[in-house]
Design a protein around this ligand. Structure first.
Ligand code: GTP
Length: 288
């Protein structure tokens, strides 16, 4: 575990974190609200540990992305668990859904009090300005590409700074900073690395795959035995390593009576990521 964690950390050594934090704090001054993406399958593991501190009092829209890969019932629980006065949560399939109306409506709702105050004072409200943030692989680029229509020049209180940033127009009510803020995941919790690996957010070669596969198998035995039976036609037992062997035998991944570990584990993890075992939520809010 220690070995794996230190390897994950390499991508985010303290210098990177400080830089990402400073950039986000700078950009935060230019926006009215923050749109944070998290993976709907792992809403806790795909969270940045400082996100609340970084958002401060700014309205915060959490988008649980990859909704199609998670279980609807559990995603709904997450939406309830994560919402509060300044935080609204929606879940989206960013690739297939018409996401623009949903994101605009949620942003306007979050900003309603401020917009109402401006109207009351006779000020015509300008478009809401937001920035997109999230840890790697949560769908930030896909989201911006799908929702942002054309580049716009934005004027602001600090022209020099504002002009150096690129903005995109979603519609007359919403503008986005063109580039997303990439944040680091939570390293302290060792399960986080495992979950990021299972969902494909971390490159395979930097992780002990056997441990990851065993962790995934243990979770599936406990929560989705039917999916294992359906996919692999194996009888369920409690031991994840024995289960991997059963999968290997069924699939013919054997060499001289021994399991071809590499092939079995790689196939198993690939099939999980490709949703071959169905939509699976790897974290459940009330179990955490
Ligand atoms: N099924 C599904 N796949 C998605 C969804 N959103 C994004 N993806 C996929 O997730 C992968 C990562 O998406 P990106 O947009 O590159 O994620 P990112 O957050 O910009 O990643 P980094 O550049 O690593 O920070 C891509 O293969 C996308 O096609 C979604 O809602 N559903």
């Amino acid at each position: 575990m220690e070995n794996k964690e230190s390897k994950i950390r390499i991508q985010w050594f303290p210098g990177h974190m400080t830089k990402a934090k400073r950039e986000m704090q700078e950009k935060m001054k230019m926006v009215d609200m923050v749109i944070e993406l998290r993976d709907a399958r792992i809403p806790n593991a795909s969270k940045n540990p400082m996100i609340e501190e970084l958002c401060g009092q700014k309205p915060h829209l959490i988008i649980l992305s990859k909704k199609d890969k998670a279980q609807d019932v559990i995603t709904k629980k997450w939406m309830d668990a994560l919402s509060n006065e300044t935080t609204k949560v929606i879940a989206l399939d960013i690739i297939k859904e018409n996401i623009t109306p949903k994101v605009v409506a949620a942003s306007k709702e979050l900003m309603k009090a401020k917009i109402d105050r401006m109207i009351k004072r006779g000020i015509r409200p300008r478009a809401i300005r937001a920035m997109v943030v999230g840890v790697p692989n949560v769908g930030k680029s896909t989201f911006i590409n799908r929702i942002a229509k054309k580049k716009v020049a934005v004027t602001g209180d600090r022209p020099g700074v504002t002009r150096s940033l690129q903005w995109s127009k979603v519609n007359q009510d919403l503008e986005l900073l063109d580039t997303p803020g990439v944040l680091w995941p939570k390293f302290e919790d060792e399960t986080v690395g495992v979950l990021l690996a299972i969902t494909g957010a971390i490159r395979d070669e930097i992780l002990p795959l056997e441990e990851i596969a065993a962790w995934a198998m243990r979770y599936l035995i406990a929560h989705h035995p039917d999916a294992l039976v359906k996919r692999y036609g194996v009888e369920i037992c409690d031991n994840p390593y024995e289960m991997l062997e059963r999968v290997a035998r069924k699939r013919g991944f054997m060499r001289n009576q021994e399991m071809d570990e590499k092939r079995t584990i790689e196939t198993f993890l690939r099939e999980i990521r490709d949703d071959k075992l169905g939509a699976i939520s790897w974290e459940v809010p009330n179990e955490m």
